[in-house]
Ligand binder design. Structure first.
Ligand code: ADP
Length: 490
């Protein structure tokens, strides 16, 4: 069906609106990078200062806790010296009277060493009065004075932090002042901010290159496949090399679809050729005989009329077979599965055949040990049986005998139909189940058939998930059989 003008316009519009794979991958990459950069920036600007100053303050507190463990120990001063050196801190220890007992200066950024002894004492007193022990000290170069504020919150600080702790050493109350610089944070932030800009630029460049490469690698085979798929309706498909596993799977699927299409096309051609041949022959005969009898009244004989009747019967059975096989193969038929006595059905059919063909000299026999049931579509199973019985009658030998047997094994019931005819060559055996296949199409007996009987047998038994087969010895007859899952005995 051709698309309407509106459909085509809509299609073109949606083609424009929908992004290509390449565009989507590129946008995805860009989005990830932008989000990563924004997050990095936020961490840098908003959180870095806070985290840095808190880490530093914790370091100062931990150092104080550590050295004060040795407060009454002779190794106190050496511990203080090594701990301050390790953490880039300065320390001053004041005696009870405010005089300096010890000083450790391991960094040039410390402020308490530039304090006068009065200022240090003031600070120690302020600490004692306020109950706070951590102060943020800043120096104002204009007034040349120091400003000390107690650090109570976790706000970032950008100067020096001084921790003041009273302790007793050798029975004397002393004060420890620990000073750590926090001011370099601003510089660090600035440096990493500019680093961030450079990094961001680099990341975007890498993303552009990567997105272009990946999108090309993914999009190219898909674009090629879509080009190839447009030729599918003509039954042509060339595999696209390279690509991911999904592309390979798509390749396989389209390859399979192409093979199926070609198969269907060849079946269609074969079908038309067969139908036109098989339908034309009887129709030509019927037409010819009818015309002859119209023009020559002397030709209106019982024999000629019988030919017309025979050809009409053949035509009817051909059309019926064609309808059956196409309905079976297209899955239109859903079998009506019901339990029934297979033994009884087979027995009745064989008896009917015996009655109908008695005058023609056919002999039918049916052997069984016990009556069994199956759950199947009785009508379809009887069609299988009649197709096999008809073939057996057509191809059986001069004694005109046909033996039907019921065998039971492994939860299966098997019906075998044996004739005494010419049999079938081993190399032809596997082909007889194909549609329209006739072992010897020129053979007088085969010419009577439609070539569809056995393919109907195959389709029906497949539909019942049963088994079927044939044993044949050239010159010694054939045994066709089908087997179904067995139900309970009656
Ligand atoms: P047809 O309508 O021609 O019998 P079938 O599909 O039933 O079509 O059978 C296909 C071919 O298998 C037949 O043409 C015939 O050559 C061969 N065949 C079927 N049944 C027998 C048999 N009992 N003995 C020998 N050949 C057989």
């Amino acid at each position: 069906m051709k698309p309407t003008a509106k459909e085509t316009a809509n299609h073109k519009k949606s083609e424009k609106e929908s992004l290509t794979i390449r565009g989507k991958i590129f946008l995805g990459f860009l989005l990830v990078i932008v989000v990563a950069l924004v997050l990095l920036f936020l961490c840098q600007v908003v959180l870095f200062d806070l985290i840095y100053s808190n880490t530093r303050i914790n370091e100062i507190r931990a150092t104080a806790r550590h050295v004060l463990l040795y407060a009454d120990d002779p190794s106190f001063y050496s511990e203080l010296a090594s701990a301050t050196a390790k953490n880039s801190l300065c320390a001053t220890v004041l005696n009870g009277d405010g005089s300096v007992a010890y000083e450790a200066e391991s960094t040039h950024t410390c402020l308490i060493h530039s304090f006068s002894s009065i200022e240090r004492q003031d600070l120690a007193e302020a600490a004692a009065e306020s109950g706070e022990n951590l102060f943020c000290i800043s120096y104002d170069p204009v007034t040349e004075s120091y400003d000390a504020k107690a650090v109570t919150t976790y706000a970032p600080i950008s100067s020096n932090a001084v921790l003041i702790e009273e302790f007793t050493h050798n029975g004397e109350t002393m004060t420890l002042l620990l000073d750590g610089a926090i001011s370099p944070v601003g510089t660090v932030t600035k440096t990493s901010a500019s680093l961030l800009i450079v990094l961001g630029g680099l990341l975007i460049l890498i993303a552009v290159l990567l997105a272009t490469y990946i999108s090309k690698a993914i999009a190219r085979p898909i674009a090629q496949i879509s080009k190839q798929a447009k030729q599918l309706s003509e039954g042509r498909y060339e595999r696209v090399e390279g690509g991911t596993r999904e592309v390979e799977e798509l390749n396989d699927a389209l390859d399979g679809a192409c093979r199926e299409l070609n198969k269907v096309e060849s079946i269609r051609r074969e079908l038309i050729a067969n139908i036109s041949h098989d339908l034309r022959t009887p129709l030509t005969l019927i037409g010819g005989y009818a015309e002859m009898m119209r023009d020559l009244p002397s030709e209106v004989t019982a024999e000629n009329l019988q030919t017309i009747v025979d050809e009409t019967t053949r035509l009817t059975s051909l059309v019926n077979d064609m309808l059956d096989i196409s309905r079976l193969e297209s899955g239109v038929i859903t079998p009506r599965m019901q339990p029934f006595s297979l033994t009884d059905s087979v027995e009745k059919t064989v008896l009917r055949y015996q009655e109908l063909t008695r005058t023609n000299g056919y002999r039918f026999s049916f052997e069984y040990t016990e009556k069994v049931t199956v759950t199947a579509d009785e009508e379809l199973i009887l069609q299988v049986l009649t197709n096999l019985l008809n073939n057996a009658m057509t191809y059986t030998g001069e004694d005109q005998s046909i033996a039907v047997r019921q065998l039971l094994s492994d939860g299966e019931v098997r019906i075998e139909i044996t004739d005494t005819g010419e049999g079938i060559e081993p190399d032809k055996l596997s082909r007889i189940w194909e549609r329209y296949y006739k072992v010897d199409a020129a053979h007088k007996r085969a010419a009577k058939g439609t070539g569809l009987g056995l393919s109907i047998v195959r389709s029906v038994i497949d539909l019942h998930k049963g088994r079927y087969g044939v044993r044949s010895t050239p010159g010694a007859g054939s045994t066709f059989w089908f087997a179904l899952k067995r139900g309970p005995s009656l």
